[in-house]
Design a protein around this ligand. Structure first.
Ligand SMILES: [Zn+2]
Ligand SMILES: [Zn+2]
Ligand SMILES: [Zn+2]
Length: 323
């Protein structure tokens, strides 16, 4: 009789690389032997993220069995800090100008100091679905509040969408990601699109389709637009859809409160500021670099939308922030 030895748990950290190859680009996964997938430049980011997401979904583990993989690797993915602390989250990090992508379990302290990285929102991957009887009862909101959900989603989209993605497409992506169902399908009513001032614009949809982040679904009703999201990493979201929808409504209100500010960039900047402002203190983020990334622009180009928001009194002043 042979004794079975316990298999050491594989680390929950996965890395893929995009490399130039004769005639194009290939995706190389460090965890899939002999996996070299030819890809096109336009689909590179979405293919890399989809591949990483498949690894995560193949390794669901309850929270108490997850550890900071950053620490396990000697914390060499970020500048020195005081040590690991806080809950373990799933962190998406990008290095070498988008050529290397890593999805890993990391503690909140390591996640906070890792450059070009975003916590994947609400990663309750191993959470059991609610029994129907409990679902019928009056449910209490679960997980983080609207502001935190929106903040995390903006941060995630900053990493997951191509840098060139316009502010309008980012506003749309935020609504889609927060409103999608468990099959990754979403229907945006004309009312929601009107509030976003995107009811007549096809460009942002085309942009997200081109980035392979979503696919438009044909045959939707006349008063809505239907799409299927292709970003598998988002499936890590907790099943609490009503809470996500509430967060989507909150973001909608935050964007339409900038009514007098023209253009999608001030509206997106307004959502970002609301999501990153401490309601107790009334002070917002100090990192313009991060804000610019979430808004799909450069720090210097934020001056004009911030001025517009200051004129509409949504923002008291922004002089304190350094460019
Ligand atoms: Zn792989
Ligand atoms: Zn670390
Ligand atoms: Zn850590």
């Amino acid at each position: 009789m042979r004794l079975r030895t316990a298999c050491p748990a594989t680390p929950r950290a996965w890395t893929v690389e995009l490399r130039s190859h004769a005639g194009g680009l290939v995706l190389i996964c460090r965890h899939c032997p002999h996996s070299i997938t030819p890809i096109t430049a336009v689909s590179a980011r979405s293919t890399a993220l989809a591949h990483l997401a498949r690894h995560v979904r193949g390794d669901l583990r309850p929270p108490h069995l997850r550890i900071c993989q950053c620490h396990e690797c000697g914390c060499r993915w970020h500048p020195r800090h005081r040590g690991c602390a806080g809950p373990i989250r799933l962190l998406l990090a990008c290095e070498r100008g988008g050529r290397l992508w890593r999805l890993t379990d990391a503690c909140s302290a390591c996640a906070a100091v890792t450059a070009r990285a975003a916590v994947v929102p609400d990663t309750a991957l191993a959470r059991a679905p609610q029994p129907p009887a409990a679902a019928r009862q009056r449910r209490r909101p679960k997980g983080p509040g609207e502001r935190i959900r929106v903040r995390e989603m903006l941060s995630y989209l900053a990493a997951a969408l191509p840098e060139s993605t316009s502010a309008a497409a980012r506003l749309l992506a935020l609504q889609c990601a927060l409103r999608m169902n468990t099959h990754m399908r979403v229907r945006l009513s004309k009312g929601v699109l009107r509030s976003l001032r995107l009811d007549t614009a096809e460009g942002p949809w085309n942009e997200l389709e081109h980035a392979r982040w979503l696919r438009m679904a044909p045959g939707g009703a006349a008063n809505e637009i239907a799409a299927e999201l292709l970003d598998l990493t988002l499936l890590g979201q907790a099943p609490a859809r009503p809470d996500r929808r509430r967060a989507a409504d909150w973001a909608l209100r935050a964007s339409s409160s900038a009514a007098r500010a023209i253009g999608p960039l001030p509206r997106l900047a307004s959502v970002y500021l609301a999501a990153n402002t401490d309601p107790e203190l009334g002070t917002g983020p100090g990192d313009l670099e991060q804000m610019a990334r979430a808004c799909g622009t450069r720090p210097a180009e934020l001056a004009s939308p911030l001025d517009q928001l200051a004129r509409t009194r949504l923002l008291g002043s922004w002089q304190g922030v350094s460019i």
